[in-house]
Design a protein around this ligand. Structure first.
Ligand SMILES: [Fe+2]
Length: 225
């Protein structure tokens, strides 16, 4: 197993916040609905003419902390203008679309980790199983989220009998045939055009991970090729 020697530190540091943007001002409530469906906790909402500003936290216990925060606001005009110019120059969505755009789309289709994404660790198998079913249902039936979510799951590498049997029997994961670059953990990806990222600002991918307790080697501790 690969390990790295790391110097001990005498202070704490954690991931603080991520700032997410929805591309169109009218998409704010639907983007916020998606974050709530994902289990983030809304602590603040300020209405602005260009679109609502939201503060979410990853867990109720982070309400008044400086970490575990997700800010959500409308894509600023200057950023939107660059995305628009890039799309026009590359023929985005037209029959003359640049090969590079098609190639990137194909790469992200094949592997949601190919591009920028935001990962959240979820400490409950039942919760991540319910989230998976909820996202799939919302993409089919929720009037605000219908057709806006692409759900992809990676199961852990096979070989742990207990985990393999649990997943085979799961209504959310039984049919999954994709596998993670590691063991003893599961990855749920939701790609949405309700959030914007990248050079052309088309979609953002949210990742949610579950790691089975009691293993030092798992998908988030050791990458296996
Ligand atoms: Fe990832």
């Amino acid at each position: 197993m690969a390990t790295l020697a790391v110097d001990a530190q005498d202070y704490m540091r954690s991931m603080g916040h991520v700032a997410l943007f929805y591309p169109n001002s009218e998409d704010g409530p639907a983007a916020a609905k998606l974050l709530k469906l994902a289990g983030f906790v809304e602590t603040q909402m300020l209405p602005f003419p260009q679109g609502n500003f939201y503060r979410f936290v990853v867990h109720d216990s982070n309400r008044s902390r400086g970490d575990g925060i997700v800010y959500l606001s409308a894509l600023p005009a200057a950023q939107a203008a660059v995305n628009k110019a890039a799309r026009e120059a590359l023929g985005y969505g037209t029959d003359k679309e640049h090969e590079a755009v098609k190639a990137l789309r194909a790469a992200v289709e094949a592997d949601p980790e190919y591009t920028f994404h935001v990962g959240t660790l979820v400490d409950s198998f039942e919760a991540i199983e319910k989230m998976t079913l909820d996202f799939m249902d919302a993409n089919e039936n929720d009037p605000d989220l219908k057709g806006r979510l692409k759900v992809t799951v990676n199961r852990p590498r096979q070989g742990n009998e207990q985990i393999d049997a649990l997943l085979d029997a799961s209504p959310a994961f039984g049919n999954v045939t994709r596998y993670a670059y590691g063991r003893n953990g599961l990855q749920l990806f939701v790609e949405t055009d309700l959030l914007s990222s990248g050079q052309i600002g088309d979609t953002l991918i949210l990742e949610f991970d579950y790691v089975w307790p009691g293993y030092d080697s798992h998908i988030l501790s050791v990458v296996e090729l």
